[in-house]
Design a protein around this ligand. Sequence first.
Ligand code: SAH
Length: 368
Amino acid sequence: MARSPLEIEIRRRIKLAGPMPVRQFMTLCLVDPEHGYYMTRDPLGRGGDFVTSPEISQVFGELIGLWTASVWHLMGNPENIRLVELGPGRGTMMLDILRAVQVVPEFRAAIVVHMVEISPVLRERQQQALGPIDVPVMWHSSFDEVPDGPLIVVANEFFDALPVNQAIKQLNGWYERVVEIDGDGNLVFGIANETIPLFEQLVSANVRDAPFGAICEWRTDSLPLALSQRVVRQGGAALVVDYGHVESAPGETLQAVGGHAFANPLLTPGEVDITAHVDFQALAMAAESMGARVHGPVDQGQFLRNLGVEKRTAALKAYAPREKIDEIDFAVRRLLGEGRTEMGKLFKAMAFADPNLGTLPAFEPASE
Ligand code: SAH
């Protein structure tokens, strides 16, 4: 099989500088300016590599739109609000949000949209999608560029694309996991030469006590801290919807997907999507350390039910042509279902917010 341009570049770097930490490998695969997966293509949709909730049904973005409107009320209806989306893909969710919030005109009039998107290809797609919209929209390549002021942030399937570090447990301690070139000239996973100093002292007991060969993943990205600091200091909330685990635990979740099927992450770097589960406990700890209040996580299915998915779906069906009804039901079942290929349980919603806002909509404790 021909080597991808990024594989050639990665091999060159390994030959020059030695084995490459998994985090650096994942970063290059996804966002290398020239060959990175997201930088060179629109991976979404049926003809692409994977499908996300906003692409499955408009109901998803619409309900999140209603959630943002309720948060705005809790914030005391500020006259200016930054509505920020991290990693907006094709811009579909923002379109659905802005359509749904037409029912709260004062909120819609207060919005300036800030799209945080690193990919020039997807940014162009978003610009096309939002072109006809009568709300001001600005683009940034990182969250730091979003101007100060009260904000509501939404992010669907964004945090799983942030690179992870991996460590592997050996008899005498934990070593960073790396990508290297084996005797046959193939890219393979390996381990660094030295143990990571103080690793055992820094991790929780369930990681410390993991068996020989266990892999542990973590993210060092400062974005959760920056987001939490902003909502606490300037008012607002951030909503994260993604797949992941509720408690930090050892285990490898790094995975590659191409053409809607699992792939070997080392085979065609830059040509397949690489993600890892979101560690919601780590996210919550980062947010709390900045003084934010954490809401959830709750399962996506529960979150959407709390937001009234049944009613919204019924309304959509009431106006749909007959031949579309099954399609709508099928799509919504995929968002809510608890099966392995469905998203209701696999995905979670978590928010962190200015503690003055009280309990956020859809995160109220169950009333039984
Ligand atoms: N939220 C969209 C797309 C999810 S795919 C949806 O649900 O359909 C991940 C998105 O995050 C893409 O738009 C990708 O280009 C963007 N992205 C990935 N890494 C990023 C980074 N470091 N900074 C900004 N955007 C990033």
